[in-house]
Design a protein around this ligand. Sequence first.
Ligand code: BJW
Length: 255
Amino acid sequence: MVDRLTADLHAAAARLATARRVVVYSGAGVSKESGISTFRDPGDGLWAKYDPMQLATAEAYARDPAFVWSWYMDRFGQIEEAEPNPGHRALTRLELLMPLTVVTQNIDGLHQRAGSTDVIELHGSALRFKCVGGRHAGFSMADLAGSDEAPPRCPRCDELIRPDVVWFGEALPTAELERALEVAANCDALIAVGTSGVVYPAALVPATAHQYGASLIDVNPEPDAFASAADWFLQGPGGDVLPRLVAEVRRLREA
Ligand code: BJW
């Protein structure tokens, strides 16, 4: 007897095998098997241990820049040591079979390091820094190495430097959000993986794909905000489910 996951995975793969354009919408869970914490997992999620309002807002940074900076430096250190996992790598194999855009909420750069070539980052990047006024951006850590202050100051305007990530209450980068909504409106299938689906406006991406008629495939060990609307909810970790899903798509494409 075929179990439920296998049956749904085969049905989802059959849909993907006939798709002309696919979008992957990813969140923190896709990097969990690389050793990077999620935000909302009960127990070990970052927001179970820390108050996001004290760390992931511009007001928190203005109040206590040294504290927020050191928290981000710890996290960025973990990200630097992390390696892409089988889930990230499976998506690079899917890209060889069909046009595919990864729209990610993650700041860790692991999709790109795995080899995905079309990645839209909605919430910024751990690899980039800007001044708090936002006039000077695109600094790498190496660019800031000359400063012995923590946080460092902008080499061009002397304002405080901050991570180029999107904090609560801040707008998402306009070009990235626009393109993400455009690819979502024009895809045949969207794979959501490793996201609780509760953070907006990013969550408009799968909602838009669904509204425009795309099939929705949801990969998560736990039911999330999209699970009930999904055509197929594939319950399990990304590092297990995505390689199986992509292997089946490849088998169908090559049959
Ligand atoms: C696995 C797994 C395995 C585990 N394999 N899966 C509409 C309604 C309600 C609220 C709002 C709304 N519109 C706006 C808001 C407010 C707010 C918001 O959405 N709040 C909700 C939380 C209630 N949104 C904002 O503030 C946004 N800005 C905004 O709206 O601006 C308006 C504006 C417009 C114009 C001018 C000015 C302002 C900004 C949101 C920024 C989010 N920032 C963060 C931090 C980024 C930097 C950093 O890393 O520190 O982004 S918060 C955090 O949440 C991070 C993530 O990208 C984001 C999403 O989390 P994600 O990725 O889904 O992770 P989790 O932990 O939630 O879920 C992990 C999942 O993985 C779980 O389901 C697990 O089961 C699963 N999993 N193991 C696969 N092995």
